[in-house]
Structure formats: structure tokens, C-alpha cells
Design a protein around this ligand. Structure first.
Ligand code: NDP
Length: 367
């Protein structure tokens, strides 16, 4: 492949021993820094159905939102090294994920909690549900390096565009704003994730460690590479408006539907949805709000968010569309598995009644 000098790919250095050592040092400093922030920043107490957590993500996010622009505009911080050492980071972090999962598998608490654990299956899924280290819940902690890592990768792509082309394109501004908003809406209701399947039921092993450290920061930022390079074919105003609309509709549906279910679970039926008293089937299944329209519109909203982010790259490549497309497959399979699970849990009669009320699975009037 030939790499044009005006492409952000031209920044990426070939791997070398020195590059690995540098990337490993940066990464370890980052992980230790994130861990110390999680341990010592003021925290917000939040309860899940099974235990109480001390959450610091919102404060980490606010702190970085203040410090990063100050550092950048005073010339004290640059993120270009992330792009430069991209390949080294990818290899180093994969090695870290493999070794850290081995630590999770072999640590004495894990051995005691699951004496008959088998390799590789329990290495993959994890032995403990909620491993703790120095008072920090590791499974919840790993969201921080994951999401902040994604933000840093995005910032380095914006910086690379400025350094190559002198300014940010409209597409890059949209791309950065969409991700920032995504993180913002995640952190303002950070306790939501404590009620998801991953936190309540899953064990913490290679699958989640790799997902947090590689899948999210590296795959979710892939569209940014194409946005950074796409400086010669600006979006028309119509396309900007369509992309914005798609994003705001998707984002609203995604977060609001999840929060509606979460609020009712957490606070009970006194919660109001869209200004009205909530309606529940058998005291449990929500019939109000988005949950009265479709059974998995939260998934649809999430896919629209990723699609709007991919659209910022235009039509230069199909690669940015891999993420929304893979989610169409993954989440529609998950929706169908979840329907089966709920049918089993609630019984045919109640589930059929719910399906009568919320007729659609993911797309109103279509599916
Ligand atoms: P889900 O929408 O998958 O939750 C489904 C569960 O909610 C059901 O099993 C049932 O569980 C309960 N439920 C279903 N219908 C109703 C209803 N009408 N009223 C009340 N409860 C109902 O959400 P999760 O919490 O698992 O996931 C949270 C978010 O994470 C989702 O928005 C999803 O898009 C996202 N996600 C993203 C992934 C990715 O790869 N990007 C992967 C996985 C999730 P029960 O009755 O037992 O409570």
C-alpha cells in the first residue's frame, strides 16, 4: 500500500523495539494513572441490584474535559504520539490483555472462588464476577481506560488533521462532537451500566478485558481515520443536516429508552415517562414510553448513533461502516435471543400479551 504524505497514515511508525518500549511505558502510566484516579478521586455512591459501588467516571471525565483543552492550547499536551505509535500500542495492549486476563485467572481470590475452573473456557469468560484490587472493582474500572482511550484516540486524529491540513473539517467537528456527546450521556448516568447484564451477570475475563481495551478504543475510532483524511470532498449542507438529525434521533432513542427501563427498575412505578404515569404488565414489563412501541428500540437507537458517526467519513471507504453493520447483525441476533429468554422467563401468556402491545422488535412498522 502506498501512503500519501498528506494522509494521517503517514504518521504511523513501523514497529520497533524502542517503539514497543515507549508504547508499553505510556500505556502502563495511563493505566496506573486511571487506576489512581478511580481509587482516590471523590466518588459517587451508586447501587446495583447486587452491591454498592463508588463511581468516579464522571469526575474523571469532567477533569479531562477541563485539563485537556488547557494543556493543548498552552502547548503542553500533544496526542500525536498515539497515532505515531499506533501499531506498537495495538500489539502492546493486546499482550497486556492476554497477561492481565491470566492474572485474573490465577489470582488467589479467583482460584478460591472457582476451584474447578477450566482453561481456556474460564480464562475467556473469567473466574470471578467482581474481582477487586485495592478496593477498586476491576470490571467497572475497565470502562475508564476503555472509553477515555477512545476519546484520546479520537483527539489524536483531530490533532493529526490540524497538523496536516491546518484546520478541522466540518466532518471532523461532527465526528468529535458525536463521540463527546456519547461519552457525556454515558457519564451523566454512569450508574446505568451497573444494571446491565455485563455488570450483574458476566464474569470478568479475557472477553471483557479485550473488549474494553482493544475493541472499543481501536474499532470504535476507525471511522476517525477516514474522516481525518477526507479533506477534499466536503459534505453538502443537506448531508450535514441529515447526519445531525440521524445522530440526535438515534442518540435520544438509545439513551432515553435505556434510562426509561432503568428508572422504573430503580425507583419503581412512581416514575413518570413522557409526563405520564407508567403502565406495567404484571407489575414488571414496561408498556410506557419506547417499551410500549418496540421491544428493542434501544438497539436501533444505538445502531443509528454508530451509523451517523460512520457517515462523517462520507463514501471514501466501506471500512467505517463495518461497526454499524456488525451491530445490525449482533444486536438483531441478541434481540431475538432476548425475546426467547423473556418468553421463557415470563411465560407464553404474558410475553404474547407484551408482544401484542409492543408489536415491533427493532423498527416500528417494519420489524
Ligand atoms: P437490553 O435491552 O438487552 O435488556 C433486555 C432485558 O430487559 C430483558 O432481558 C428483560 O430482562 C428486560 N426487559 C425487556 N423488556 C422489558 C420491558 N418492557 N420492561 C422492563 N424490562 C424489560 O438491555 P441491556 O441492559 O442488556 O443493555 C443495555 C444497553 O447496552 C443496550 O442499549 C444495548 O444497546 C447496549 N449493548 C451494546 C452492545 C454493543 O456491543 N455495543 C452489546 C450489548 C449491549 P429482565 O426482565 O430479566 O430484567
Amino acid at each position: 500500500m502506498t501512503i500519501e504524505s498528506e494522509s494521517v497514515w503517514s504518521y504511523v511508525e513501523s514497529p520497533s523495539v524502542d517503539g514497543f518500549i515507549e508504547a508499553a511505558s505510556y500505556f502502563l502510566i495511563y493505566m496506573i494513572g486511571m487506576f489512581l484516579l478511580s481509587r482516590f478521586l471523590p466518588s459517587i455512591e451508586a447501587k446495583s441490584p447486587k452491591k454498592t459501588y463508588q463511581l468516579t467516571g464522571l469526575y474523571v471525565f469532567i477533569l479531562l474535559t477541563i485539563l485537556i483543552p488547557i494543556g493543548y492550547y498552552t502547548g503542553n499536551i500533544s496526542f500525536l504520539f498515539i497515532i505515531k505509535k499506533f501499531i506498537s500500542f495495538f500489539i502492546v495492549i493486546n499482550i497486556f490483555a492476554i497477561l492481565f486476563s491470566l492474572y485474573l485467572f490465577l489470582r488467589p481470590e479467583a482460584v478460591r472462588s472457582a476451584l474447578n475452573a477450566k482453561f481456556p473456557i474460564d480464562y475467556w469468560h473469567g473466574r470471578e464476577k467482581d474481582p477487586m484490587l485495592f478496593g477498586v472493582d476491576l470490571k467497572v474500572f475497565f470502562y475508564q481506560p476503555s472509553l477515555i482511550g477512545l476519546a484520546l484516540a479520537n483527539l489524536s486524529l483531530a490533532e493529526a488533521q490540524i497538523s496536516l491540513h491546518g484546520a478541522l473539517t466540518v466532518e471532523m467537528i461532527l465526528y468529535q462532537s458525536f463521540w463527546y456527546l456519547y461519552l457525556f450521556t454515558h457519564y451523566i448516568r454512569e450508574d446505568f451500566m451497573l444494571w446491565t447484564f455485563d455488570i450483574i451477570e458476566d464474569h470478568f475475563g479475557f472477553m471483557l478485558v479485550w473488549g474494553d481495551l482493544i475493541y472499543v478504543p481501536f474499532l470504535y475510532s476507525i471511522a476517525g481515520w477516514y474522516v481525518a483524511d477526507n479533506v477534499h470532498s466536503p459534505m453538502s449542507m443537506t448531508r450535514v443536516i441529515i447526519t445531525l438529525l440521524l445522530h440526535f434521533i438515534g442518540h435520544y432513542v438509545f439513551r432515553e429508552s435505556n434510562w426509561q427501563k432503568f428508572d422504573v427498575r430503580k425507583y419503581g412505578s412512581q416514575v413518570k415517562i413522557w409526563g405520564k404515569k407508567v403502565e406495567l404488565l404484571e407489575g414488571r414489563l414496561l408498556l410506557s414510553g419506547f417499551w410500549g412501541i418496540g421491544r428493542h428500540v434501544n438497539y436501533t437507537g444505538e445502531i443509528l448513533v454508530y451509523l451517523s458517526i460512520a457517515l462523517c467519513s462520507g463514501t471514501v471507504s466501506y471500512v467505517p461502516y463495518i461497526l454499524p453493520f456488525s451491530l445490525v447483525i449482533l444486536l438483531s441476533q441478541r434481540a431475538s435471543r432476548d425475546d426467547q429468554r423473556c418468553r421463557k422467563k415470563y411465560g407464553d401468556k404474558i410475553w404474547n400479551q407484551y408482544c401484542q402491545a409492543a408489536k415491533f422488535r427493532m423498527i416500528p412498522f417494519i420489524y
